[in-house]
Design a protein around this ligand. Structure first.
Ligand SMILES: [Zn+2]
Length: 172
């Protein structure tokens, strides 16, 4: 499969935290911080060439008046994700080695069986013993592994894929 996962960078408004997390999981750089206010969102988007995703019509209108690429995103979480993925040609597949930390946007480092000692103490002992592949965010020490929650990720991506095939984008 073609790797297009680095084509865009995003900045996401305070209302769209779950959208930011999903963008990170599929490998996109998505800034999200509830302390960033509208003026800063626009400034960072312009300076770092990020697409501003917002649910706020006024803020979206302000992107039109500046040099910032923006998208107005509304709906349930799955619909938000599907619309953004469709608009930016993002494949709804989570590949851990390509993912970013859903909590802080950091890059993940893979630890396999031979070097997983680094993970000890960061997860429950039972988890440590049960899995041989881990991905660590060195920025916030979050650990990822393909545990029970992985099924939920796959199911959500299936939902998004279906929505992407049925929704129409109304580009303004
Ligand atoms: Zn992190």
């Amino acid at each position: 499969m073609e790797n297009r996962q680095q084509d865009f960078k995003f900045i996401v408004d305070a209302m769209l935290g779950r959208l930011a997390a999903w963008l990170r999981l599929v490998g996109y750089d998505a800034l999200y911080d509830t302390d960033i206010h509208d003026d800063e969102l626009l400034e960072i988007a312009a300076n770092e060439n990020r697409v501003l995703l917002t649910s706020d019509l006024d803020l979206f209108r302000r992107t039109k008046d500046s040099s910032v690429r923006g998208m107005l995103v509304r709906g349930g979480v799955a619909e938000e994700v599907a619309r953004v993925f469709k608009q930016y040609d993002i494949t709804p597949i989570v590949i851990p080695s390509r993912a970013r930390c859903s909590k802080c946007n950091g890059e993940l480092v893979e630890f396999a069986e031979t070097d997983k000692e680094r993970i000890r103490g960061l997860v429950f002992d039972q988890t440590f013993d049960s899995y041989n592949e881990f991905w660590l965010c060195e920025d916030c020490d979050s650990v990822y592994f393909q545990g029970g929650y992985w099924d939920n990720i796959l199911k959500f991506m299936d939902t998004v894929r279906e929505l992407m095939s049925s929704i129409e984008l109304n580009n303004e």
